[in-house]
Write a protein that binds this ligand. Sequence first.
Ligand SMILES: [Zn+2]
Length: 215
Amino acid sequence: MSRRSFRVGRSKTGLGLFATREIPKGEVIVRYRGQKIRNDEADRRADRGNKYLYEVNNRWTIDGSSRKNVARYANHSCRPNAESDVLRGHKVIIRAIKKILPGQEILYDYGKDYFDLILKPIGCKCDKCEEKRKAERAEKRRLATRKRAREAKKAAAQKETKRKVSARKEAARSKPSRKSAGKASSRKAAPAKSSRKAKPARDAATFEQPLRNAA
Ligand SMILES: [Zn+2]
């Protein structure tokens, strides 16, 4: 490691590490420093709320909670541009896994245990998870809009059926009076009906009359 390739700065979850120059893929960015402690001691410290415990193997853990350990400011991401690694069984480093541009935050995956235990309950704030949540919200909104449209259509159809039914009922209510009127007219119309031939002739006459007048 030559000159520091990063600075500590404001990130959306507090502090973070940001590249101050281009960091090529594979370059070791920073060492994760701290007291080397036994894992059972690490468990006790974890219970007291220490979130900077890096287990290097089944016996040893690095307690990186000291502020002198700048690597502790590197945040987690499910879409990382760096990774942590244990060298020679005890030295913990963070290394670029892709080219990191100046200004970009240096992020590595804290691992499944940390994710499940610490991040999942509060909701991971990384870009990947936020995009996922955003997409899920958009999908929910889309489905809700479709549901509303379907319900509105259904309601309109029900209203239309109701209207038709009430129209039929209305028609049924007014039928008796029409029936009696119909009877009267049918009686009057009866002679015309019996002589079917006479009717078209009369119709033709009434149709031709205005034409003749116009001429
Ligand atoms: Zn995430």
